[in-house]
Write a protein that binds this ligand. Sequence first.
Ligand code: ZN
Ligand code: ZN
Length: 287
Amino acid sequence: MKLVTRAQWGGPSNIGSSANPTRGCVAHYNGGPIGLKDKAHSACLDYVRRVHRMHLGQGWAGIGYSFLVCQHGYVIEGRGLSRTQAAQPGGNTSHYSIQMMVGGAEEPTDAQVQAWRDARAYIRRMRSVSGHVGKHSDFISTSCAGVPTNRLVASGALAGRGSSAPAPGPAPAPGRPAPGPRVDFPLPSGHYFGPKTGPTKSVSGWYGRTFKGRPDYAWLKTWAGQLGRRGWGVGKGRRFLARYGNDGRYGSEYRDLIEAFQRDQNLPVTGRLDRRTWDAAYTNPIS
Ligand SMILES: [Zn+2]
Ligand SMILES: [Zn+2]
């Protein structure tokens, strides 16, 4: 997937209140013709910034969509994951919104249709979201998402599988082996990295316990660093561990990262960094 983050187009660090949409993805379009067809990709980003300003002008927190997809096949982050939208009243906290960057009777390009699928696959890889694909007019009376895109919704074309599921962040080439060298799981059998309020076998990094000669938090940092080497955006201001960085102290940020990785690797999604999840980062190829 070719992802353009909000930072990359100059958007704010976050937009809108947090939410947990689970019920599917909804297609949108621009309304009037958008005229991007033969333009360079820089024009796509200009358009996104224009929509952002326009939505701000309407008194909204900023651009209203979760993601937008352009004719060059880029997935452009709007509000992104886990945010309330200003896109489909009645579904702004229950569904994700993905705008096809076309308007009027403009037909999306093949790359753009694939990008829409990529965006949906990405959302579903990162969060628990149903496979439902809808359109704006399922919620209110509107022409959105336009005749060409509504046809794609109806035919099931937008529900097609996304491209080969690369890791989020600056994606490395698919099929690469895991970056080495391998680090063995440092905890005793049955232990895992998890909440500090958990039982003894839940190692949080908060109590400075020592395993194999190193403090617990150093081990958790090592593992999250390995995800960084796999191409995941990890650290302060990045997609994961954005607030406190990779400090090795287990909390909701580590839980989110571990769950996202487990989902990506088709492991049981527990939020606990157990031996199996640990090893997957060192042995599974980057898909
Ligand atoms: Zn719409
Ligand atoms: Zn573009």
